[in-house]
Design a protein around this ligand. Structure first.
Ligand code: SF4
Length: 298
């Protein structure tokens, strides 16, 4: 990928939400606040919990992602930088085309976030959940991990039962949901076509997760990986952090468990779960009882 200059996004904000030559799809009211937004949502324009503003530097390449992730001084700064990233051309095009011309009919008159989803939850959490990527009409619409789709309904209901979430529903950013002792990150922060990021896109996005893990590490007790991609991303990030990973590499399956060891010698439990996608929960491949059982081990 080309290594272009890292720029702030004030021109993006001033452009009224037109990015990369795409037209904004009009102005629509946020479903909770009623405030009007263009789509994709320009940083710092009042979207609930938007971590970025017009001065947040924008990664335009894999090299930029690495530089901006490693130089982020705090989780807030990291989240801001993630939320404006443009390093993967295919994913930027996809997330913004869904946000403008490709909306689901039932959300046609809602604004779409159309940007990467930052991590969500307790900044001092002992438990980190690593998902796959935002859903095109879920987090890509609402701007918050697993929010506004059936996967999120299912995940947050489970987290509520386990005491990690303040409520069982997750409708939109600004709905009052808080996570307790738990934070949700992902292998890839932009919605990918068919939920399938490429190997190169996973590699480009990895430094964001690496830094997320670094911020979490001092208090971390366990990691829940959702699906094989989440499992591989968590192990990859841990390996790059210098943790000891059992050999042979632990294999993913639902309920799999491995003990990883940080570079300072602290054990961290890695637990796997089938992803909370509708494909798994509607078919009964993943049941509430199965999910509750893995949550109880964190
Ligand atoms: S997938 Fe990750 S690296 Fe690629 S554009 Fe989105 S946030 Fe940036």
């Amino acid at each position: 990928m080309k290594d272009t200059a890292i720029i702030g996004n004030s021109s993006y904000a001033k452009s009224g939400g037109r990015l990369g030559g795409m037209s904004a799809a009009g102005v629509d009211p946020h479903p909770l606040t009623g405030e009007l937004f263009v789509s994709p949502v320009p940083p710092g324009t009042g979207w609930p919990d938007d971590p970025a503003d017009a001065a947040t530097p924008v990664a335009q390449s894999a090299a930029d992602v690495h530089a901006l992730a490693t130089s982020a001084h705090s989780l807030d700064e990291l989240n801001a930088r993630i939320s404006v990233c443009r390093a993967c051309p295919r994913l930027v095009e996809w997330r913004e085309s869904v946000a403008t011309t490709g909306r689901r009919a039932s959300y046609a008159h809602e604004p779409y976030w159309g940007r990467p989803a930052a991590s969500f939850g307790d900044p001092d959490a002992e438990v980190l959940i690593v998902g796959l990527a935002p859903a095109a009409n879920g987090a890509n619409r609402t701007g918050r991990m697993f929010t506004g789709d059936r996967s999120g309904d299912w995940l947050y209901a489970g987290l509520f039962r386990a005491g990690f979430a303040s409520q069982a529903t997750s409708v939109a950013a600004g709905d009052g949901l808080e996570l307790k002792n738990c934070r949700i990150a992902a292998a890839v922060r932009c919605a990918p076509p068919a939920n399938k990021p490429t190997t190169a896109e996973k590699a480009t996005c990895a430094p964001w997760l690496d830094r997320d893990l670094e911020f979490a590490e001092p208090r971390l007790r366990s990691i829940l990986a959702l699906g094989l991609i989440g499992w591989d991303a968590a192990i990859g990030a841990a390996r790059r952090r210098g943790w000891h990973i059992p050999s042979p590499k632990p294999r993913f399956t639902h309920g799999a468990e491995a003990m990883l060891t940080t570079a300072s010698g602290r054990p961290i439990r890695l637990v796997g779960s089938y992803h909370v996608s509708q494909q798994n929960t509607f078919t009964g491949k993943l049941t509430e009882a199965m999910f509750d059982e893995v949550l109880a081990r964190l």
